[in-house]
Design a protein around this ligand. Structure first.
Ligand SMILES: NC(=O)c1ccc[n+]([C@@H]2O[C@H](COP(=O)([O-])OP(=O)(O)OC[C@H]3O[C@@H](n4cnc5c(N)ncnc54)[C@H](OP(=O)(O)O)[C@@H]3O)[C@@H](O)[C@H]2O)c1
Length: 217
């Protein structure tokens, strides 16, 4: 994939629209699909993420090279994972009990929540990223390459090519991408873990991911 990939986003909420704005500003072609409950999505997107194209789930999957899932974790099953064979899919979700409620099966599951989501379609090339910074920081903390205070974001996943594609996007939208290795390492990026929500440089983020990589090995 040498040209800029077309990016499709599931979820036209706080994260989905912030990412759509950042991607549009960085020259990406963006498709976005919202909840079936959302009325007047064209109007919403025209106002909060101008330039992004509203699409049905089928249209999005047909056109997007990279799919970002940014819906509430508790609604992940409503996303059509069965259509994601061989597709690069970014899981930007977090299990967040204040929103999702306490889910006993998730509480008891030692896997990263992205491993749980990846199991919804083992043929999808799932990458975890973008989940560990707040939507309100996505634009404020975006900086040009080489800026001394540039914040780092991790990219973890079992498919190295997919990680590289997402790392390029992360860099384009204003963050230093840190390759965090396999998807299991994503636990360090989740709520309650050291890298979640913290403003970290690339070297600081690498240092936090290293112990988890050891555990996952
Ligand atoms: N808020 C943050 O700062 C932040 C940062 C990083 C990651 N995250 C994670 O990112 C995800 C989204 O967070 P958010 O704050 O953007 O939530 P949000 O503002 O509630 O937006 C999520 C949107 O996704 C919609 N949706 C639900 N099922 C869908 C489907 N199948 N297809 C398309 N859209 C669907 C929801 O509609 P309904 O209202 O109808 O469900 C809602 O409009 C969550 O997993 C969250 O934990 C959040």
């Amino acid at each position: 994939m040498t040209e800029r990939p077309v990016v499709g986003i599931f979820g036209a909420g706080k994260v989905g629209t912030a990412l759509a704005r950042l991607l549009e500003a960085s020259g990406y072609d963006v498709l976005i699909t919202g909840s079936p409950r959302q009325k007047a999505l064209d109007l919403l997107v025209a106002v909060v993420a101008p330039g992004a194209r509203v699409a049905t789930p089928d249209e999005l999957v047909a056109e997007a090279d990279v799919i970002i899932v940014a819906v509430p974790f508790g609604k992940a099953a409503t996303v059509p994972w069965e259509l994601f064979d061989d597709r690069i899919v970014v899981d930007a979700m977090n299990y967040w009990p204040p929103v999702d409620g306490h889910l006993p099966m998730i509480d008891a599951d030692e896997r990263s929540t992205s491993e749980i989501n990846a199991a919804r379609n083992p043929r999808a090339r799932v990458v975890k990223s973008l989940n560990h910074l707040g939507y309100h920081e996505m634009e404020d903390d975006s900086m040009d390459a080489g800026s001394p205070l540039r914040r780092a974001l991790a990219v973890v996943g079992d498919d190295e090519d997919a990680r590289n594609v997402i790392a390029r996007i992360i860099d384009d939208i204003g963050f230093d991408a840190v390759d965090g290795g396999p998807l299991a390492n994503g636990r360090a990026l989740e709520p309650g873990n050291p890298a979640f929500g913290r403003e970290l440089s690339a070297s600081e983020l690498v240092a936090l991911l290293a112990p988890v990589a050891h555990l996952a090995a």
